[in-house]
Write a protein that binds this ligand. Structure first.
Ligand code: HEM
Length: 494
């Protein structure tokens, strides 16, 4: 049966999107944004460098009272930060009641922060952003403790383990794309549809619940999961019922109860889902996770995997719809591996996909920034940073620098191929997966998932823009999200 879109639901969704008050949707915000960007703010010095040092002081400003530069960041994201870099250079301070931080900009600053040579930066800067909902997640650990957890978790990401996950990804993607997505309809919204698909994939690959079974439970867990993820963006960051911070904490409890209730069974029988794999993962010395550690890791992993892959595929779908010649090139790759069940070797043959995935990650980086906190007085590119200062590095602006990339705004996947290799212009010219000790552990899994889903999608449909010249608007309040849900028309190929 062909999937259809319910008109009342569609209209309700559109109305919700229009009236949701954000700095991107509220009337008059465009004019205000322009004024704010043109304004010369009063500058101050963050802290005087120690007497006798040759370090320079960091300058900064506070933007508007209370909200700081929130309007420019929510609306412009990396474009605004790029302008800041061009105006103030690689190290600049932004003071704001919500989150004051040193902006560490450009590839050299990214390298200094990610490589963390003297262990001067801590991950605890993520605490105010996601801490209460994702406590115990790998990204929130430092030093030895982080190494301990990462070594064990590495066992869940070996080639053998990845080989076990791929058929799960493929079976969910194939079924959903064939049955659940509406075709020939410009009201079809790619972003919510792919978000739901990646959650369905996660239910099977991470939790081991086959798609289509136990619908009620999967829905409850998926909703709890979406609530915890959203809670990190709350404006009122206190547990006040019924607001989103409070809901996030309740949802975290639901997730903990879910995983706790199944862990004994997962420990007893080893299977190819990630929950079971983590229960049996061990490092080279045979060390393993406790039940509580597995629960926290599962909750964090599902979050880390979900919006990032969703964002990558959303950007990719848009650029492919806008550049149909690239769809044809990917289909040629897909034709070479055929329609059979996918395995890791087949996915590795989809090399043109790698170029398009990279170009999508460059143009819209799912995690545009990374937080760190200086644990002691330190220096960054010759500037003095006092202990306790939060430092944010923005790989996403490196991805737009004209000194590193030819015509950076253009969709041009060939820049990643020989002989151009523009991503090699600097070690941190291209860093959508971070770098250093915390570099994304799920990078290969994420790439395989994106390839599997997009291969199935392009083998079945031609993607079209809802109208010629359509361009999405992005909300950069958290990870980049298309404000209108990103309509894409799916035309069946046969
Ligand atoms: C396209 C998809 C993805 C992107 C762009 C992405 C991006 C990133 C980035 C930038 C970091 C570093 C954060 C930091 O240094 O502060 C990171 C860390 C992490 N990612 Fe991913 N990620 C993706 C997919 C995944 C997937 C699929 C998983 C799990 C299956 C995953 C699990 C993790 C974990 C556990 C960490 C923390 C690593 C550590 O601290 O040692 N990610 N990711």
């Amino acid at each position: 049966m062909t999937a259809t879109i319910s008109t009342p639901q569609y209209l309700l969704d559109q109305a919700r999107r229009r009236i949701k008050p954000t700095p991107v949707t509220m009337p008059g915000m465009g004019v205000l944004e322009k004024r704010l960007k043109d304004k010369q703010w009063d500058e101050f010095v963050l802290a005087d460098p120690p007497a006798g040092s040759d370090l320079k002081p960091i300058r900064g400003d506070a933007g508007l009272p209370i909200i700081g530069h929130m309007i420019e960041i929510f609306r412009g994201g990396p474009d605004f930060v790029l302008e800041m870099y061009q105006k103030h250079g690689p190290v600049y301070y932004i003071k704001s009641p919500a989150l004051s931080s040193v902006m560490a900009l450009g590839p050299d600053a990214t390298q200094a922060v990610f490589s963390n040579r003297d262990k001067e930066y801590s991950q605890r800067a993520w605490d105010p952003v996601i801490g209460p909902f994702f406590e115990g997640g790998l990204m929130l650990f430092d030093g030895e403790e982080h190494m301990f957890h990462r070594r064990i978790m590495q066992d869940a990401f070996t080639r053998t383990r990845l080989t076990g996950y791929v058929p799960h990804v493929d079976s969910v993607a194939s079924a959903v794309l064939a049955n659940d997505w509406a075709t020939d309809d410009p009201r079809f919204l790619f972003h919510p549809a792919i978000k739901k698909l990646t959650l369905d994939i996660a239910s099977e690959v991470f939790m081991g619940v086959p798609a289509g079974t136990d619908r009620k439970l999967v829905t409850t867990v998926n909703e709890a999961f979406a609530t915890t993820t959203r809670a990190g963006n709350a404006i009122i960051r206190k547990p006040v019922p019924p607001l989103s911070w409070w809901r996030g904490l309740k949802a975290r409890q639901t997730l903990e109860d879910y995983f706790a209730g199944r862990i004994a069974e997962k420990r007893r029988v080893e299977s190819t889902d990630m929950f079971s794999v983590l229960c049996h993962s061990a490092d080279e010395d045979g060390q393993t996770f406790t039940d509580a550690q597995i629960i926290s890791h599962m909750i964090f992993l599902m979050m880390a995997a979900h919006d990032t892959s969703t964002s990558t595929m959303t950007t990719m779908a848009y650029h492919l719809a806008a550049n149909p010649e690239w769809q044809d090139r990917l289909r040629e790759d897909s034709a070479r591996i055929g329609d059979g069940p996918l395995d890791i070797e087949a996915l590795e043959k989809l090399e043109t996909y790698d170029l398009v995935i990279n170009e999508s990650l460059r143009l819209q980086t799912p995690l545009p920034f990374n937080f760190r906190r200086a644990v002691r007085d330190t220096d960054l590119l010759g500037y003095f940073i006092p202990a306790g200062t939060d430092v944010v590095t923005w790989p996403s602006i490196n991805h737009r620098l004209p000194e590193l990339w030819t015509d950076p705004e253009r969709f041009d996947p060939m820049r990643f191929a020989e002989p151009r290799n523009e991503h090699k212009a600097h070690r941190y010219a291209f860093a959508p997966f971070g770098g250093g000790a915390h570099k994304c552990i799920g990078m290969v899994f994420g790439q395989l998932e994106v390839k599997a889903v997009m291969h199935r999608l392009l083998s079945r449909y031609r993607l079209e823009l809802p109208h010629p010249g359509y361009r999405p608007r992005w909300d950069y309040g958290g990870m980049p999200v298309p404000v209108d849900g990103m309509p894409v028309v799916l035309r069946p190929l046969t």
